[in-house]
Design a protein around this ligand. Sequence first.
Ligand code: ADP
Ligand code: MG
Length: 382
Amino acid sequence: MGKLNVTVLRYLTKEDFRVLTAIEMGMKNHELVPGPLAAAIANLKSGGVHKLLKELCKHKLLAYERGKKYDGYRLTNTGYDYLALKSLTLRGSVSSFGNQIGIGKESNIYVVADEEGTPICLKLHRLGRTCFRNVKAKRDYHGRRHKASWLYLSRISATREFAYMSALYDRGFPVPKPIDFNRHCVLMDLVNGWPMTQVHELLDAPQVYDDLMNLIVRLGNSGVIHGDFNEFNLMVTDAGKPILIDFPQMMSTSHENAEFFFERDVNCVREMFRRKFGYESEDYPKFSDLVREDDLDAEVHCTGYGFTKEMEQDLLEEYGMVEQAEEQNEGEELEEEEEPPTLVTAAAKEIDECRRQVENEVIYSEAKPTQKSDDAVRRYIE
Ligand code: ADP
Ligand code: MG
């Protein structure tokens, strides 16, 4: 584990940024963005864009790939990291970058620092890259079937995490304080404690067991289930207080599989305490004990962060939450590769919309003096 894998960012110009953003916007509708479409979205001359695209590939921010039906460019992890980190530094949420401290199932975790030099936690969500997962193909607005892209999944994963963490933190739940998010990145307080996986002794195991069960019930009474309540997602302070992390897979107690996941969370705690601390209790909560006291689940959907029920479903499927609770439908249709998006077939409306988004990003990136933030990006790649 080391520094973030981002290289040679210091020579990135305004035009580079514009082209990189154009590829990001083009990827909302296409897996690969052909050069001419990139040029149209970036609103730059085709010849100039070609050179910029080549340079960005050389620096591994973009990759040029051959599809079955057509060739084009896609953002790499590094390119996407760059766009997110640039936004976060521009608005002053991050000012320097440190080392990796954790690797989760679906993320990489780093220590970074804010403008006061306080260490904070950066979580980069990385979803949808694994091919063993059986993600249901979706129909896009052209009616083509395709798998939800890693860009989209990573972004809604981070968005959901930030939304849930904010709602939980506001209600005084023991979770890290959320600071900011952009694209697939979430910034939060660094927890001053130990991952439960590394804890082999507790001063008062029955007390911590009760705290955890009470936490599950309090979440449930607020209308939510964590859904992955295990020792990888629990930290313990020196004072023996549990802190809960990792929220993208959270769901409403009104979800059709809510009872299954509630019981699984409860059983995780029972099993962990039996195995790690030799502690067993007949006292544990049931789904039917829950009493609705709050609508945290509904509130998260109204936060204006722009995620819908459909996005929630896509993400829960990606996290395998759907198959685990019920048999997967059989006879899925095969993925069809899209026809090459040419300037003629890509609707003028689509290009207009992408262009507008690129302009917004460019205006934003130039709005504030960028010396400080560019320095931060530079420092972090050196
Ligand atoms: P994933 O979704 O990939 O499982 P997690 O959010 O569970 O990611 O984080 C992975 C690991 O990173 C955790 O097990 C923990 O050790 C560490 N970690 C995550 N968030 C924090 C934080 N706010 N403070 C300190 N360590 C953290
Ligand atoms: Mg985790």
